[in-house]
Design a protein around this ligand. Structure first.
Ligand code: SF4
Length: 387
């Protein structure tokens, strides 16, 4: 089994108004003990020792806040405990945290891919949502990474930020394409009710500019426009929210959509070994304390039933625009009738026929895909598929 390894770094410089992740703004004094705990967790996890991994992803939070020496140390412990096979090693970074010195250290440590949290090229949108970088930081950071030698850069963008207009979105996409990153992720803003923006959306108020969030149909137009423009610029739209230049798909994220095994290390990190899913405790101080005492930080350990696995095949697999192979799924799950998967497959199949008749799913033989015309309502299509 070739694993993906995910390292969670749950620290940020500020809290973005739309964010409800388990991340915190903490004293820098807590960074090194946290990095030490990750190293110890790697060395203490018996399952991964001597297995192979071909992707490593440092996400957060803002992993680029950690000292480059600490990041290098974590990679060193990983390679001492696992066989890293031509790995894709990604570091999430915020543009304003990047210096030439840091970028050189990351490359020397083994990182070969940087995922930049760009979100927008519009300063009003960045400022309103509490981001620390401004438009010039993005080009400067990209130039620094290119100068250093990084030839695999991803950029994250968000549709639906407060004050985003058709003009500002098209301008952001123009500036994004001008920088020619190898990979682009575009997410629709999810206003979680636990975030500052979400609370304001529910309770009213203007402090976080919730009333200036563009309406859903406008956001859908922004997405459709991005699909057209990125395709024209040579990007392959391979997942609902992801585009890549040739051979630059995110190898790590593909593992999630294909239900391949991955191990998450650090506070709140999730893991899947093909049969069971689990997560580490979310609280970073508690995580460090448990690791220091030699206590496993794992919780929420849940075996995946055959029926759940079958549903995951659809709602994860169909996120990929290549779609899924119904014949393969039927083959894999038909012997699991005793566990209810066979009956579940028949029920999902009826929904497939119904959604296909409504042109919401495309089907060519045994290959099933989301209709490219309806990607903006993919969540409701997938929900209906699994009712
Ligand atoms: S940088 Fe990312 S993880 Fe941190 S607060 Fe902002 S959105 Fe959340």
């Amino acid at each position: 089994m070739t694993l993906g390894i995910y390292i969670q770094v749950p620290f940020c410089q500020t809290k973005c108004t739309y964010c409800n992740f388990h991340t915190g703004v903490v004293s820098r004094d807590r960074y090194q003990p946290y990095a030490n705990a990750i190293c110890r967790e790697i060395a203490d996890v018996p399952e991964v020792r001597h297995l192979s991994a071909d992707t490593v992803y440092f996400g957060g939070g803002t992993p680029s806040l950690l000292d480059p020496a600490a990041l290098a140390e974590i990679l060193g412990v990983l390679s001492a405990n696992l066989l890293l096979e031509a790995p894709e090693i990604t570091l999430e970074a915020d543009p304003e945290t990047i210096t030439l010195e840091k970028a050189n250290s990351w490359l020397a440590a083994g990182f070969n891919r940087v995922s930049l949290g760009v979100q927008s090229f519009n300063d009003r949108e960045l400022q309103t949502t509490g981001r620390m970088h401004r438009r010039p930081d993005i080009a400067r950071a990209t130039k620094t990474l290119r100068t250093t030698g990084f030839d695999n850069i991803s950029m994250d963008m968000i549709i639906g930020l407060p004050h985003q207009t058709r003009e500002s979105w098209e301008q952001s996409v123009s500036e994004l394409l001008a920088l020619r990153p190898e990979h682009i992720s575009i997410y629709m803003l999810e206003v979680d009710e636990g975030s500052h923006l979400g609370k304001e959306s529910l309770a009213g108020g203007t402090r976080y500019s919730a009333p200036a969030i563009p309406p859903d149909d406008t956001q859908a137009e922004f997405y459709d426009s991005a699909c057209t423009r990125l395709a024209a610029a040579g990007y392959d739209h391979y997942e609902i929210s992801n585009w890549a230049l040739p051979d630059r798909r995110s190898r790590h994220n593909l593992k999630y959509w294909r239900r391949e095994p991955y191990f998450g290390l650090g506070a709140g990190a999730h893991s899947f070994d093909g049969k069971t899913r689990w997560a580490n405790v979310h609280d970073s101080a508690k995580y460090v304390s448990m690791i220091e005492q030699g206590i496993s930080p794992r919780e929420q350990i849940e075996p995946v039933t055959a029926e759940q696995a079958l549903e995951e095949e659809f709602f994860l697999g169909l996120r990929q625009l290549d779609g899924i192979d119904l014949a393969r799924i039927e083959r894999d799950y038909s012997s699991l009738n005793a566990n209810g998967a066979g009956a579940r497959f028949a029920a999902i199949h009826r929904q497939v026929d119904s959604l296909h008749a409504q042109n919401l799913l495309d089907r060519e033989g045994e290959r099933l895909r989301l209709s490219p015309k309806h990607l903006t309502i993919s969540s409701s299509i997938l929900a209906e598929l699994l009712t």
